[in-house]
Design a protein around this ligand. Structure first.
Ligand SMILES: Cc1ncc(COP(=O)(O)O)c(C=O)c1O
Length: 410
């Protein structure tokens, strides 16, 4: 096969959907400050509210007013943890008082994105009891541990204020059982947050049946522009601004509206919802073609993550005896773009915290590659990877001092 360009890093970010791009260009002139009372301002505001409704539909939120625009997933997650700081610190008295009271304990998982992990660590530094739940070998939350941590009689730190578990993991694609987690957390009186940054547009999301109080979204993962995201906040859940200033977003998120980003987000959300069924079955078939091809052509590989409870587009594979960075750079020379661990962690020599939490050990964690497929991926792309990858792994293994493990699993 001739050399081609194959982008398989859609979990890091996605290109603009052509229809999103067209809509953003068409709306470029709707530049007015959406807080202005004149006609141009009112038109921009109406366009923003239309986008808010589209985002609400994507996550099954009956009331668009529960959707707050932010700059992205990191900000949305930090807003939730910042709110918990305020609640836990002050034992705030409001409609949430009976619910939150003086609760301070934060329960999250060891495999969250760094923006959750570091926000939780910050609360721990401030004296909040923080628990990072472990996961099983496939990356699923340990329910026995969750139940124990939710029970003040059986664990330390008092009653839980917040349970925050990601809907889908960015590195290995494992899906968590958010409705079941939310049921347990609610029964214990805790608020529930899920980071659905990677789940959006890839699996159906329904804030009602999931039973969450907060849900995080980021637009650049769903074929929209960067620098725009959203936080869903259930009407009964408290929320405090992370960024203080003007009265935008009902005082929850100050700053002049990012008109163009929001217009693009609205269109991206609308398309993500409409295209989800065809997208999911198409990329899942391509992912399976890639998985089966790798297992057939390359000895001693380890497929990370859950075999079925997984994002349709994500395949994470460890190649013992070959370093992830070396594989990535070799693939890059062939025009194939992937990542090792998470994009944010690449460049660091630390093994992936997600893979380490699944217990695969440092060697497999170091030799892992994340292939994340997207709406533009074709069979020819997959076949090209299957042609170029095996000789790369064979060459790197020959150069390596570490023998490839013989314990191949898929
Ligand atoms: C699971 C998850 N949460 C949060 C983020 C951060 O989102 P953003 O880039 O919009 O800040 C990412 C991005 O990689 C992610 O994968």
């Amino acid at each position: 096969m001739d050399r081609r360009f194959v982008y398989l890093d859609y979990n890091a970010t996605t290109p603009l959907h052509p229809e999103v791009k067209a809509e953003m260009i068409a709306d470029l002139e709707l530049y007015a400050n959406a807080s202005s009372m004149h006609e141009a301002g009112r038109r921009a505001r109406a366009r923003i509210e239309k986008a808010r409704s589209s985002v609400a539909r994507l996550i099954g939120a009956p009331d668009p007013a529960c959707v707050y625009f932010t700059s992205g997933g990191s900000e949305s997650n930090n807003t939730v943890f910042g709110t918990m700081y305020d609640l836990g610190r002050r034992g705030r008295v409001d409609e949430a008082k009976s619910h939150a009271g003086r609760r301070q304990k934060i329960i999250t998982t060891a495999i969250e994105h760094p923006c959750v992990l570091n926000a939780a660590r910050r609360l721990a530094d401030e004296g909040f009891p923080v628990v990072f739940l472990g996961v099983d070998a496939q990356g699923r939350v340990d329910f026995a541990e969750l139940e124990r941590e939710l029970d003040p009689e059986r664990s330390r730190g008092g009653p839980a204020l917040l349970v925050s578990v990601m809907a889908a993991n960015n590195e290995i694609g494992t899906l968590e059982d958010i409705p079941a987690i939310a049921r347990l957390a609610k029964a214990a009186g805790a608020f529930v947050h899920t980071d659905a940054t990677q789940a959006a547009g890839k699996i159906p999301i329904d804030v009602e049946s999931w039973g969450v109080d907060y849900l995080t979204l980021s637009c650049h993962k769903i074929y929209g522009p960067k620098g725009i995201g959203a936080l869903y906040v259930r009407k009964t859940a408290p929320i405090e601004p992370l960024i203080r200033g003007g009265h935008q977003e009902k005082g929850v998120r100050a700053g002049t509206y990012n008109n163009l980003g929001i217009y693009g987000f609205g269109k991206a959300a609308e398309l993500a919802l409409a295209e989800l069924p065809s997208y999911a079955s198409r990329v899942a078939a391509l992912r399976e073609r890639l998985r089966a091809g790798i297992v057939e052509r390359i000895p001693s590989v380890h497929v990370n993550g859950h075999p079925t409870k997984v994002l349709p587009n994500t395949l994470n594979v460890s190649f013992p005896g070959a370093e992830g960075e070396a594989i990535l750079l070799s693939l890059d020379l062939e025009g194939i773009e992937v990542s090792t661990g998470s994009a944010c962690a690449s460049g660091s020599l630390e093994p992936s915290h997600v893979l380490m939490a699944t217990g695969v050990g440092p060697e497999l964690a170091h030799g892992s590659i994340r292939f994340s497929l997207g709406r533009d991926t074709t069979e020819a792309d997959i076949d090209y990877v299957l042609e170029r990858l095996p000789p790369i792994i064979a060459r790197l293994r020959r150069m390596s001092t570490v023998p490839a493990s013989l314990s191949a699993t898929t």
